[in-house]
Design a protein. Structure first.
Length: 217
């Protein structure tokens, strides 16, 4: 079996890197990781050595190189079908893919005004125009998934899935900025926050030496 390597940006700040790393942990496969710190003089050069996109994350599996968080998740779902990265039932899987894609392309209010920063505690910060609308939509997604398909466990579709990977950085943000949530959404936030791989990532993030001022609002 080929050796899998995942290339990541700073764990404290990179929501995009967190998502496929969690998916990779879910597979149970052995892998190694490399963090390429952002905002360094050689950052661009080092990233281009690892992926033609010039962006992180990227995954290398032998001769195969995959980039973009959602694409990596799809690759891992095909590579490790027993990991259950997508729900088995057709309607649940369709919903999981839809909300994952919505997360992938949307919620710019939260992204821009509540940057991921796992070392920080900034209650009440970041509530700019449009942010509450994003929070309301995210909470609605979480409630819908839990009500329709979450009876088998604590996550959006019961068992931990790619959809949870996609929303895990939002859990980090809602924790950092202490966003007030409804009961169902708060229970889900706590479930992801307490998920052992999430805790593992957070511990590593807090121990990183790099500080990027623009993410330290």
């Amino acid at each position: 079996m080929s050796k899998i390597v995942i290339y990541l940006a700073n764990k404290n700040y990179s929501s995009w890197s967190m998502r496929p790393w969690l998916a990779l942990k879910q597979t149970g496969a052995a892998f190694s990781e490399e963090v390429v710190p952002l905002d360094q003089p050689t950052t661009r050069e080092e990233i281009l050595k690892r992926t033609p996109s010039g962006k992180l994350p990227a995954l290398q599996d032998g001769d195969v190189v995959v980039w973009d968080s959602l694409s990596i998740g799809e690759y891992l779902a095909e590579r490790f079908p027993d990991a259950g990265l997508w729900p088995a039932e057709v309607a649940a899987r369709a919903l999981a893919r839809s909300v994952s894609a919505e997360m992938h392309s949307g919620f710019m209010g939260v992204r821009l005004n509540m940057p991921m920063n796992m070392r920080a505690s900034k209650p009440g910060k970041g509530m700019a125009a449009g942010v509450q609308d994003d929070i309301n939509r995210i909470s609605a997604i979480w409630r819908t998934c839990r009500e329709r398909h979450g009876k088998g466990g604590a996550f959006l579709f019961g068992a931990f899935s790619m959809a949870d990977c996609m929303f895990a950085p939002i859990v980090s943000r809602f924790t950092t900025y202490q966003v007030q949530l409804d009961e169902v959404s708060e229970a889900y936030r706590q479930a992801v926050f307490n998920h052992p791989p999430f805790q593992e990532w957070m511990a590593a993030a807090k121990n990183e030496p790099w500080i990027i001022p623009k993410y330290e609002i």
